[in-house]
Ligand binder design. Sequence first.
Ligand code: SF4
Ligand code: SF4
Length: 385
Amino acid sequence: MMETSKKEIGSYFILARDGFEELIGVLQKQSYSVFGPTVRDGAIIYDKLESASDLPVGWGDEQEGGHYRLKKRNDQAYFGYVVGPHSWKKFLHPASIRLWQAKREKNGFQVIEENDSTEKFAFIGVRSCELHAILIQDKIFLKGKFVDPIYKKRREKIFMVAVNCAEPGGTCFCASMETGPKATVGFDLALTEVLTKNEHYFVGTIGTEKGAALLERVPHQSADEKQLKIVDEIISKAASQMGRSMETADVKELLYQNDDHPRWENVAARCLTCANCTMVCPTCFCTTVEDVTDVTGQHAERWRKWDSCFTMDFSYIHGGSVRRSVKSRYRQWMTHKLATWVDQFETSGCVGCGRCITWCPVGIDITEEVRAIREKRIEKEAVKV
Ligand code: SF4
Ligand code: SF4
C-alpha cells in the first residue's frame, strides 16, 4: 500500500521505479533545478534532467588506467554505471566564473558586483565517495578562516539524493579510503537500486528533515527486513569488487620520509603534466584569476578559473616557477592529496573515486605509486620542528 505519511530520519522506504519520476517531478515543483547523470559525447556526465528518461538507462561503463568506454547493459538499470569525468564540484565550485565587471566612467571606473545564480540545485545519483568529496570541499570553502561566498551560496540550497554503488569500476578504491560504497553521511535521501529478473525498485533511507518532508509528497512504501537484507548484500558485494585499493596506514609519514625516492623520477618520465587528474578530481580546488578588457578599454572583467599544480605558472613567483621539474609537480600533487592535506584540513584529499587513474592519458595510478614507494621505502630520521 502506498504511503505519504511523514517518516523519521533513518527510516527505510521503498520507491517503485515509476516513483523515481515522481521524485524528480516533486523536486521540480519545489523549484529545484534537477541535475544528474546522463549520456553525452560517449561518457556519463552530470547535466540538467527533465525526467527520469534522461538518466543513463541501460548504460554501464568499463574503466581502467587511461581507459573509459560506455557499455550497453543487458538490463534497464538507471544507475548501473561508475562515476565519469564530471564531479559535482562543477556546480558548487564552477570551473570558470566572473567575479566582477568594471565600466569606465568620467572619473574612473564603476565596479559592478556579480549577482551569482540563486538557483536551488537537486543532485540525483550522488555516490558515497562524492558525498565525502563534497564534505571535504565544505571544510576548505566553509570551515576555514575564509569562507568562499560563491560556494556557500550554492551549497546552502542543495537537495542531495545519493545512490549507493552496486558495481564499482576497475579504478575504484573507496572501500580502502573508508568513503564508500555505502552512503552514510551528507545526503537528504539515499537509495539503493534493486534490479532482478522480475523486479526493479529502490530501497531508500532518510538522512534529513528536508528529505523526510520531500518524501511525504512522493508515493512510497515501508521497507521490510528482506529488502534491507538485499541492500546489505548489494553493498557488501560492491565493497568486495573494487578494482583498486590503497593502504592508507602511515601514508602521510611514508610520503614525508620519501621525498627523494627514485619512484618520483620514474613517474615523471611518464607524466605529461596535462593536469587532467586535477580537473577530474572531486576535491582539487585550486584557482587562478584572469583580468580581461575589451578593445576600447571601456569595460574590464575579472574571472576565476580552475587551475592546476601541474602547470608551470601555478608556482610562478618573481624570477620563475618554484616547481620547474615534472617530478616536483607530480610529487607536490600526490603528497598534497595524501599527506599535507591531512595537516591542513584533518582529512585525506583523496576519496578513492578513481577518476585520476581513468582519465590520465598514460594511466598513471595513484594507488600504484603509493605501493611502489611503500615497497622500497626509505626510512629517514624524523625532522623535529
Ligand atoms: S586523487 Fe584521484 S582517486 Fe583520489 S579523489 Fe582525486 S580523482 Fe579521486
Ligand atoms: S598524472 Fe596523468 S593526468 Fe595527471 S598530469 Fe600527469 S599525465 Fe596528466
